[in-house]
Design a protein around this ligand. Structure first.
Ligand code: RIB
Ligand code: CA
Length: 311
């Protein structure tokens, strides 16, 4: 067995962030060094509370560090329409988690861990990229020491504006810093994450798994599927964020294209757009492996195995 891959999960739980964390914690190919939180789906006090609650449910004891509560330039925008007021509506969760976040800002934890590493830490942001960008700006020495950044964000179409996906749109300036950093990137935008839709059949399959964590995920998916039906008229709930962790566990599940991805920070209608040069028309140096295809059966099998592994 190869040494597990060290990851820092930077997230805004968020139903799909929670499922991504559950998948990561269940797989011995990954070692979660820390969880950092950011304002995105809801304010950062709530995303931090949710991260701690999910850790309690799965019995995960890794440092959780609270991060930025607003983007680098714009005012904060949240997505409670999708995730509910708590950010994790649906399941009945204990009000107070068993522990608190550590007394260190997420940006400082990322800097500390990456500087102290042998260049073998992968950052896995599944919310706005504010913490990642702020860490790069505050301490540029971390940039060459980040092994890879595996991002949920972007798309050749948008879900928050016609052009922009939510994570990128919330803080496009931060995304620009990250996408222009030169760090190896794997990017999972809506083109591939919308192929990972949990349907009624998926929920029924997970409902037959006799573990508390599977029960928790089923409750999450019932809520998440309902809001995706109401807001987007989808018949399934896209588990966007879990694509990042699934890729780290088994990259063969995905079809990736090595392309140029630039971030629009000026457009009146296209602010926050990931300009994905799939046809290489710009001639600009590719800076990301971009997900375009998903082997759905393998993806759901991976999740089902993870849920069954929790006793
Ligand atoms: O657009 C989908 C993304 O926005 C996901 O990461 C979801 O959790 C929200 O943060
Ligand atoms: Ca998220």
């Amino acid at each position: 067995m190869m040494n597990p891959r060290k990851v820092i999960l930077d997230c805004d739980p968020g139903h799909d962030d929670a499922i991504s964390l559950i998948l990561a914690a269940a797989n011995d190919k990954l070692k979660i060094e820390a969880i950092t939180t950011v304002a995105g789906n809801v304010e950062v006090d709530k995303t931090t509370l949710n991260a701690l609650r999910v850790c309690d449910i799965i019995g995960l004891d890794v440092p959780v560090a609270e991060g930025s509560n607003r983007p680098m330039v714009n005012e904060r925008q949240i997505a409670e329409s999708i995730h509910g007021d708590s950010g994790l509506d649906g399941p009945n969760l204990p009000e107070v988690p068993s522990r608190k976040a550590i007394d260190q800002h997420a940006v400082d934890l990322i800097i500390e861990k990456v500087l102290a590493s042998d260049g073998d830490i992968t950052l896995v942001p599944t919310g706005p990229l504010t913490n990642i960008a702020m860490a790069m700006v505050k301490e540029p020495k971390i940039v060459p020491k980040i092994q890879e950044i595996v991002i949920m964000g972007g798309g050749t179409f948008g879900n928050w504006t016609p052009a922009a996906e939510f994570n990128i749109w919330v803080d496009a300036e931060a995304a620009k810093v990250v996408f222009e950093s030169g760090v190896p990137l794997a990017v999972f935008g809506l083109d591939v994450t919308h192929q990972a839709q949990a349907t009624a059949e998926t929920i029924e399959r997970f409902g037959k798994i006799d573990t508390k964590v599977a029960e928790f995920v089923v409750e999450l998916l019932h809520f998440f599927k309902k809001t995706y039906k109401e807001v987007f008229d989808f018949d399934g709930a896209p588990i966007h964020d879990a694509c990042t962790v699934a890729y780290l566990i088994d990259p063969s599940i995905f079809e990736m294209k090595h392309v140029r991805v630039d971030i629009e920070t000026k457009g009146e209608f296209a602010y926050g757009m990931t300009c994905v040069d799939l046809l290489s028309v710009t001639g600009r140096e590719p800076n990301a492996y971009y997900g375009v295809g998903l082997q759905q059966e393998k993806f759901w099998d991976l999740l089902a195995e993870a849920l069954a592994s929790y006793k």
